[in-house]
Design a protein around this ligand. Structure first.
Ligand SMILES: Cc1ncc(COP(=O)(O)O)c(C=O)c1O
Length: 390
């Protein structure tokens, strides 16, 4: 596999093939990943081996956290993080309705209730004032989501948590590389923050996740619960608490270590693609682009999601793009309006108007490090023409 298979050379040159389907996402994988995985296979130690701790150490250092726990997915990390901060049956967890469904589901795994509050219309993150209004005597934790890689207003959530005696778990699954307004990297504030490594993420291990955190006792608990409830000094088949199989294999961790080494370059490439889209799409009437970095917050570029002008038929836009070989996706639907959440909790349209308006109009465009100039231009021109006709 050429190291630049989907990386640097393509970005530099772009692609002039107009018949090629442009996918929504594509990971950057090369020689380093191949070598890392083969080394693990040859070692014979495919799980519970030395790469797990090595990946945790390097990842923690990367986000400035004292500790990190590698887990099998972002969802698993959210579940264990909520348990670790004490969320249990009957508790409420205040969170954003504009997220991937896993952030709300994780509370349900513990028979707690996800309580939604509306989002900020600019950042699209949970609005701290709306979150404060949703806190009740049963609220145990706040679960802000750094949606589309843009940092949630952590100082405001930390003040609220302090005032009301609440825990915080950050859903940072989309936000590797993001920086908070005060200069701390997302994931480095001490309370548990959860990252995801699915194949479309800034860093991928195929499937996987990481919880970063400050408290060593919490690290011990998560390490044990991801491994069927076994304490570090216990032997095989000895378990002193309820646990799960949420382990991340050494194969995945080796991939993660190799990906960490190229993370800065991949993030820079994502930033360049975002710049190409911003230059090409600015000024289209009614089209809203991802908010620019503000007040010291820096986005960790994950997806490029636009809000289509009001009144434009989104399904038709998706069809026009698809006919031109360009993948796109309505992203994200509002969680509270999904059938399961409607039926279970009686949610209805109109509860969170900002989120619902965004969810109705949002469209993710192809976005990955090696996208390149000519592909970005194809996307821009096709979308522009589709919107002019709409
Ligand atoms: C905001 C958010 N939360 C949670 C998750 C869950 O991560 P995973 O798919 O690794 O379980 C994702 C992943 O797509 C996500 O985007």
């Amino acid at each position: 596999m050429a190291d630049s298979a989907v990386g640097q050379s393509e970005l530099a040159a772009g692609s002039d093939r107009t018949d090629e389907v442009i996918p929504l996402a594509r990971p950057v994988l090369g020689d380093a990943e191949e070598r890392a995985v083969i080394e693990v296979l040859r070692s014979g130690q495919l799980s519970l081996g030395p790469r797990v701790e090595a990946f945790e150490r390097l990842f923690a250092a990367r986000v400035g956290a004292p500790h990190a726990c590698a887990v099998s997915s972002g969802t698993a990390g959210l579940h264990l993080a909520l348990r670790a901060v004490g969320v249990g049956e009957g508790d409420e967890v205040v969170t954003s309705p504009l997220s991937f469904v896993a952030s709300a589901n994780a509370a349900l795994y513990e028979r707690a209730r996800p309580v939604f509050a509306d989002i900020d219309p600019v950042t699209l993150n949970l609005d701290p004032d709306a979150a404060a209004a949703a806190v009740t005597a049963r609220t145990r934790a706040l679960l802000p989501v750094h949606i589309f890689g843009y940092p949630a207003d952590m100082p405001a959530f930390e003040r609220l948590a302090e005032e009301r005696g609440l825990a915080i778990v950050e859903d940072a699954c989309e936000a590797l590389g993001a920086v908070n307004a005060d200069g701390t990297p997302v994931g480095g504030r001490g309370h548990p923050a959860v990252f995801g490594f699915y194949a479309n993420k800034q860093l991928t291990t195929g499937e996987g996740g990481m919880v970063t955190l400050g408290d060593p006792a919490m690290k011990e608990r998560i390490d044990s619960e991801r491994n069927q409830g076994r304490a570090p000094d216990m032997g095989w088949l000895d378990h002193d608490r309820l646990g799960f199989n949420y382990r991340l294999s050494d194969i995945a961790c080796a991939l993660g270590i190799a990906q960490l080494e190229r993370l800065d370059e991949m993030l820079a490439q994502r930033g360049r693609v975002a710049g190409l889209y911003r230059d090409g799409l600015t000024g289209i009437d009614g089209l809203e682009l991802p908010c620019p970095d503000k007040d010291g917050n820096a986005r960790g570029w994950f997806v490029f999601v636009v809000q289509l002008p009001r009144g434009v038929d989104r399904d038709e836009t998706v069809r026009v793009l698809a006919a031109a070989g360009i993948q796109s996706k309505p992203y994200l639907p509002a969680i509270h309006l999904m059938s399961f959440y409607r039926e279970r909790f009686g949610h209805r349209e109109g509860e969170f108007p900002v989120c619902e308006d965004v969810a109705r109009r949002s469209l993710a465009l192809p976005f990955f490090p090696g996208l390149g100039e000519s592909r970005a231009e194809r996307v821009v021109e096709t979308l522009r023409a589709a919107l002019e006709r709409a």
